[in-house]
Ligand binder design. Structure first.
Ligand code: LAG
Ligand code: CA
Length: 490
């Protein structure tokens, strides 16, 4: 008995038993063949397009390391941009989240000095990589006093921007001013997130100071911003401070919207792109719960942002450690399933995908390693560097090569195997099961030999992966190892 996975027998037992038992290598058969199993979704499926670009979050990387990575890796491998950790001065402490408590707008942080920051932005730009700064405009530090990492003293509602007591909201609820009722829009935007002191973002003087900070970053060459926690700032107020800028940087607004609350990601689309927090849940349901077949309707799901406005990710720095409600999230700790979800994200034309690059952590508070991820034994010593994995690199190239091509030849075989093309530009098959799948898959590709870019390398040269064959009928015949994928492109 061979150990081939009799996928069609498992899935289509009642209707297809005869066909399958005749030839178990035809397990995932061509949809046009009268003898083959019928896919569960229509063979042709078209989506609204997403971006052809990909960016990476080098979470807690220091500026000199990011500069080197732009030159040595991100630029050469086609990453369009890098999201960096917040660059402004923050409270002291080893935890990662100290970066989310600003005490001044001085560009000096655990990431490095202002000079290092400027050098990083310049070098990344020269390498063809844009820098997106994580900008905190909703709040300053948590209540308490101390000295920031650049030596600036601060105390409750008093910071060296300068901001004083009257520059903050004091919502007057619950005796603590802390948000409690997420169904109350006014409260979510006017009370404190935890004890984080909530800026009076409707106040023109505050808006001018926020804009001055963003302009300072732009003057150093930053190309865009992640606007942190803007669910807690009204979209009108975001528009107002953005109107004070002299340029229109790329923006993605962090609005945690899983539905069921009065504030929607859609409200912020007027200002630019928005994070789609329903996307990581969809990835978890598909790849962890084994529901790959459900992915075909992703672009038209109720409540999902339009494809050209959504920033998508499998996990982010909050979700991967259970913050921001991230209990159903795939991370580097989930092994191959996590990589397959990323392969799907990069292959499917919805949104602007962000690849997470993590450091190893044991608990949700732990800060980054002391070591550099690029010096010595690079990407070891506590750094995960998912962005360097061959499958990410191969799929960054796939996404570029398949730009503007709609999804075609969608086929789902049971809950764990899907196959889809991007017109005649590329094709992907994903096996999320624990079994080997031998099958034939319909593509719109020209006949010929293709490099499986999942193992890295490119279609043009240096193919590190296996070579696969598309026959004269456009059919790809492959054997997929358990938990693996094949992606080919022109
Ligand atoms: C974000 N997006 O909306 C960031 O992605 C997220 O990482 C930030 O929270 C949050 N909003 C504020 O910028 C992180 C941690 C929080 C931490 C906060 C401030 O997930 O746990 O809060 O950064 O450092 C911590 C304590 C709270 C406390 C607060 C103020 O956990 O209990 O109230 O500090 O002292
Ligand atoms: Ca607020």
């Amino acid at each position: 008995m061979n150990n081939r996975f009799r996928l069609c027998i498992a899935t289509f037992a009642l209707i297809m038993l005869t066909a399958c038992s005749e030839d178990d290598t035809q397990t995932a058969s061509v949809d046009t063949s009268p003898a083959g199993p019928t896919p569960e979704q229509p063979a042709r499926y078209e989506t609204t397009q997403g971006s052809a670009d990909v960016f990476v979050h080098l979470f807690e990387w220091r500026w000199p390391d990011i500069a080197a990575e732009c030159e040595d890796f991100l630029g050469p491998n086609g990453y369009a941009a890098v999201q960096i950790s917040p660059p402004q001065e923050h409270v002291q402490g080893p935890e990662w989240w100290t970066r989310y408590q600003p005490v001044s707008y001085k560009i000096e942080s655990r990431g490095g000095t202002r000079a290092e920051f400027a050098d990083m932005v310049k070098r990344c730009k020269a390498a063809g990589v844009d820098v997106y700064a994580d900008a905190l405009t909703n709040h300053m530090a948590g209540l308490g006093s101390g000295t920031g990492v650049a030596g600036t003293p601060y105390s409750d509602y008093s910071y060296a921007v300068p901001y004083e007591y009257d520059d903050f909201h004091h919502c007057g609820r619950y005796g603590t001013d802390t948000i409690a009722d997420y169904q109350d829009l006014w409260e979510v935007q006017t009370c404190n997130l935890g004890t984080l002191t909530d800026l009076d973002t409707g106040n023109p003087a505050v808006q001018a100071k926020i804009a001055a900070y963003l302009k300072d970053l732009l003057s150093l060459g930053v190309a865009g911003f992640r606007l942190d926690a803007v669910k807690h700032v009204s979209h009108e107020e975001v528009s107002e401070y953005l109107a004070l800028l002299d340029s229109k940087p790329f923006l993605f607004q962090e609005v945690i919207d899983r539905g069921g609350e009065p504030i929607n990601g859609m409200d912020y689309v007027v200002n630019g792109s928005v994070t789609e927090f329903k996307y990581p849940i969809a990835m978890y349901e598909a790849f962890e719960d084994g529901q790959l077949g459900m992915l075909s309707d992703l672009n038209t799901r109720a409540g999902f942002l339009p494809a050209d406005k959504a920033v998508v990710f499998v996990d982010n720095h909050d979700l991967q450690r259970g913050h921001a409600g991230g209990d159903s999230t795939l991370t580097y700790k989930n092994g191959e399933r996590y990589d397959l979800a990323n392969i799907f994200m990069l292959g499917w034309p919805y949104g602007y995908p962000k690849v997470m690059s993590s450091y190893v952590f044991e608990n949700d508070q732990q800060g980054p390693p002391e070591s550099s991820p690029v010096k010595g034994a690079a990407c070891t010593e506590g750094w995960v560097c998912e962005h360097r994995r061959p499958s990410r690199v191969g799929m960054v190239a796939f996404r570029k090569a398949t730009e503007a091509a709609p999804v075609t030849n969608w086929q789902a075989f049971g809950d764990e195997v899907i196959s889809f093309g991007r017109g005649n530009k590329g094709h992907i098959v994903i096996n999320n099961s624990e079994e080997t799948v031998d099958g034939t898959f319909v593509t719109s590709m020209t006949a010929g030999e293709y490099c499986n870019v999942i193992a890295g390398g490119t279609a043009e040269n240096d193919c590190n992966g296996s070579i696969v064959l598309v026959d004269d009928d456009g059919v790809l015949q492959i054997s997929l190892a358990p938990m693996s994928a094949v992606a080919i492109h022109n």
